[in-house]
Write a protein that binds this ligand. Structure first.
Ligand SMILES: Nc1nc2c(c(=O)[nH]1)N[C@H]1C(S)=C(S)[C@@H](COP(=O)(O)O)O[C@H]1N2
Ligand SMILES: [Mo]
Length: 517
């Protein structure tokens, strides 16, 4: 079995003083009041806790300086990009090489749900934080906007050495609204015009001696020469994410039991009892509900275990009138769902992933796998399953319809670039540049992935590839092939997932590629 990836350990690693400071600071964060008694700074200097939080963490900060214009991932011209855009000094990852190092250091006041370093060679960015940190509700992370502003403006590194300011992290759009630079840089507006693909604009710029089609030298290419094959490969286990909402329980095979009630013969299964039931194998994609567009909280897993239908049979069938299944995990996470829906989706009580017993983080010894539905409903460490006559529609964990998903729940309809994996990748003009990535759509309520679409003109035109009818909709669809750029310059390549039922991923996944002669 492969070693598990780097995981966040909740155990403190620093001295007592730091822990006390952290606890005080975390308490302040929790109530959101710096003026609360005991939290009020006693001097105009930042407190020790604030300075430590803002200036250290464990992330080796990249040295940036807002005063030193830097074209960053865009073509280095001494015009729009070099003198005005300043991409190299803007956005989270211009200073924090990977927000995973930031949150997995002491900067995280409590254990994060996201418990693994990003797989696939990617890094976590701003959108990986906002998926949870904009819930503003009990089920979710606290609001972070004020806190992030405070920690940056209390940091001598940010303010004094790096000359950081509002525009380090933000931009303003054509309506004058504040937006996040990290997202804005992929939009047509960042090019200096609202519609970068307008042919008149191309001419206007050329008449002024510009080589490219937009003010920021991004090449606007309709129908890019992207040539890809589609497949449904299994994910390398080392790339798979871990999400633990509560405290991880350590269950032992010797004492583990699964109690099943609401069936004709109520039973308490040991792990050996479960292994003795008929075993089924399937490959199925797990995505976190909060997977940000272009992110890594997704993977295609070979699963082995007992189908829900076979478990019910082994218990002599459901008692009359039972409509709903409530799962309970040993950590108190769990869900209630319509039994017929679960059976239709091929729900399976998993004992193995990737041909081995589950690891603790995968839910050892037993995870309830719900194919076609976001990972939050794949209850890990399941210790009891109760069939009841509750109204299955009165479900606090409603299945969201993927049409009109909030951006926080992009995971239900999502695509991402795995190659090129990072912005600013440099390639040569005329070369067949390797591209690959995934598209995925939660497969229920009639939704299925019909097409994957690519654009290199800020979404003005899309080149679509149809997903073959015989593909398994409960697995991701992987695209792999080449893109051949015919002109030097910077490109913003975009990909999005399209739903047969008419919806689509509305924030496409983008990657910036520099093409040189
Ligand atoms: N018991 C339990 N099950 C759980 C969770 C949890 O915190 N506790 N997290 C859920 C979420 S939000 C996701 S995305 C998946 C993550 O599974 P993984 O860590 O095996 O990738 O487990 C789900 N099942
Ligand atoms: Mo999740």
């Amino acid at each position: 079995m492969k070693a598990e990836k780097e995981l966040r350990q909740p155990s403190p690693r620093k001295g007592w003083r730091r822990r006390v400071l952290m606890a005080v600071f975390a308490g302040c964060l929790a109530v959101g009041l710096f003026a609360a008694a005991g939290c009020q700074p006693t001097a105009t200097e930042p407190t020790d806790a604030e300075t430590e939080l803002a200036d250290t963490g464990t992330d080796p900060l990249a040295v940036t300086d807002f005063y030193t214009m830097n074209a960053g991932d865009f073509t280095n011209t001494d015009g729009f990009n070099g003198r005005n855009m300043n991409d190299g000094n803007r956005g989270c990852t211009s200073c924090h090489s990977d927000l995973w190092s930031t949150i997995s250091g002491d900067v995280a006041p409590i254990q994060h749900v996201l418990a693994s370093a990003p797989g696939y060679g990617k890094s976590y960015g701003w959108t990986d934080c906002t998926t949870c940190h904009t819930f503003n509700a009990a089920l979710g992370a606290p609001r972070l906007d004020d806190r992030i502003h405070n920690t940056h403006y209390a940091s001598a590194t940010f303010v004094e050495s790096e000359h950081g300011n509002c525009f380090s992290c933000h931009d303003t759009d054509a309506e004058g609204k504040w937006v996040m630079y990290d997202e804005f840089k992929y939009t047509a507006q960042a090019s200096g015009y609202v519609d970068a693909a307008d042919a008149k604009l191309d001419n206007w710029l050329r008449l002024r001696g510009r080589s490219a089609h937009s003010a920021n030298e991004v090449v606007i290419e309709s129908e890019p020469k992207i040539d890809v094959e589609l497949s449904q490969p299994v994910t390398d286990e080392a790339d798979m994410y871990v999400a633990n909402n509560y405290v991880v329980p350590e269950l032992s095979a010797d004492t583990y039991t699964l109690s099943v009630t609401g069936v004709n013969n109520e039973r308490t299964f040991t792990l050996d009892d479960l292994k003795a039931l008929p075993q089924t194998e399937m490959t199925v994609t797990q995505d976190c509900f909060t997977n940000a567009n272009n992110s890594v909280l997704i993977g295609n897993i070979p699963v082995k275990g007992v189908l829900l239908k076979d478990l019910i049979d082994a218990c002599g069938g459901l008692k009359d009138g039972m409509t709903t299944l409530s799962n309970h995990g040993a950590d108190e996470w769990g869900h209630r769902n319509d039994v017929n829906f679960l059976i239709e989706q091929n729900a399976i009580i998993a004992l193995e992933y990737w041909g081995h017993e589950l690891t603790v983080n995968q839910g050892y010894p037993v995870t309830f796998v719900l194919p076609g539905v976001s990972g939050l409903m794949w209850d890990k460490w399941v210790v009891s399953m109760e069939f009841t006559d509750e109204d299955p529609d009165n479900n606090p964990w409603i299945l969201y319809d993927v049409v009109g998903m909030k951006r926080q729940f992009q995971g239900t309809i999502c695509a991402g670039w795995l190659t090129p994996v990072k912005d600013g990748t440099e390639v040569k003009v005329g070369d067949a540049v390797p591209v690959n990535g995934y598209a995925y759509l939660d497969n229920y309520m009639g939704h299925s992935l019909s097409e994957i679409a690519f654009s290199a003109d800020y979404g003005n035109t899309w080149t679509t590839v149809a997903v073959p009818e015989n593909f398994d909709q409960k697995q991701w669809t992987y695209f792999e092939g080449t893109w051949t750029p015919e002109e030097a310059g910077t490109y913003v390549l975009q990909v999005k997932a399209i739903d047969a039922a008419g919806s689509e991923q509305y924030v496409p996944a983008s990657v910036i590629v520099k093409v040189t002669e």
